[in-house]
Design a protein around this ligand. Structure first.
Ligand code: ADP
Ligand code: MG
Length: 252
């Protein structure tokens, strides 16, 4: 069953139509890499999935429920803010900028959500945080502050922080774009591990090697529309569409 299903998603900002009927599905445990030129609407699409934007037409379902709505008596009702917040807990999002709390240690950053949102007792949340930091290869950095960590390490803390909420779905928006080239690999490795463990993921990235190795499906978005989608071997190595070929020629 699809964990995410988007059908005919349209979104405009003012007169600019940024998403022009996007269809995209992700089955549970699968990884979709979303590729495309700057301004294609990739971030906007992720934000729509994560309840951060309302859409103008179409529908997005996450875990069988329509984003922004609840179904009662066969009718859709707009969600209240509190219910939106509750549903967003099921979705972890990792951005280009990690935005860790500067005056909290790595473990405290990871424990923040569980303590304040899930009401997990602090001691248990910190123990869990250390386990998650171990999972992203930072067992020895639990007591470090963000400024004592490299960009790659900070981004791995950000991933652990998202995982601490036990999400069903992880959204990554160019998680390695702000990193020095030598730090990209360690973050991609953590993401590949997550994928192997069965996490459902949508990853916006320009890392073609990652997409080739980890993605179950590659979706290529241009000007708010899906131009081409399929297994990485097909879309990346034998693209059918000229727009895809042109894009890949630039990034490869
Ligand atoms: P991508 O992530 O593929 O680079 P975005 O989704 O960030 O693309 O943006 C797609 C288009 O939508 C761009 O032209 C961008 O300027 C515009 N856009 C994004 N967010 C907003 C907003 N909040 N208000 C107005 N325009 C926006
Ligand atoms: Mg973007």
């Amino acid at each position: 069953m699809s964990l995410v299903r988007a059908v005919g998603v349209r979104k405009s900002f003012g007169h600019a139509e940024v998403l022009r009927g996007v269809d995209l599905s992700v089955d549970g445990g699968r990884v979709v890499c979303l590729l495309g030129p700057s301004g294609a609407g990739k971030s906007t699409f992720l934000r729509c999935v994560n309840h951060l934007e309302t859409i103008d037409a179409g529908r997005i379902w996450v875990d069988g429920r329509p984003v922004g709505f609840t179904q009662r008596g066969g009718k859709l009702h707009e969600l209240r803010e509190r219910e939106v917040a509750r549903r967003r807990r099921d979705i972890g999002m990792v951005f280009q900028r990690f935005n860790l709390f500067p005056h909290r240690t790595a473990a405290e950053n990871v424990a923040e959500g569980p303590v304040h949102v899930l009401r997990t007792p602090k001691k248990a949340a910190l123990a869990e945080a250390r386990a998650l930091l171990d999972r992203v290869g930072l067992a020895d950095k639990a007591g470090s502050y963000p400024h004592q960590l490299s960009g790659g390490q900070q981004q791995r803390v950000a991933i652990a922080r998202a995982l601490a909420m036990r999400p069903k779905l992880m959204l990554f928006d160019e998680p390695t774009s702000a990193l020095d080239p030598e730090l990209v690999g360690e973050v991609l490795d953590v993401m590949a591990d997550l994928a192997r463990d069965g996490m459902t993921m949508i990853v916006v990235t320009h890392e073609i090697g990652f997409a080739r190795q980890v993605a179950d499906e590659v979706v290529f978005l241009v000007d708010g529309a899906v131009v081409e989608a399929g297994p990485p071997g097909q879309v990346l190595d034998n693209p059918r569409q000229q727009r895809t070929q042109q894009f890949l020629a630039k990034v490869l």
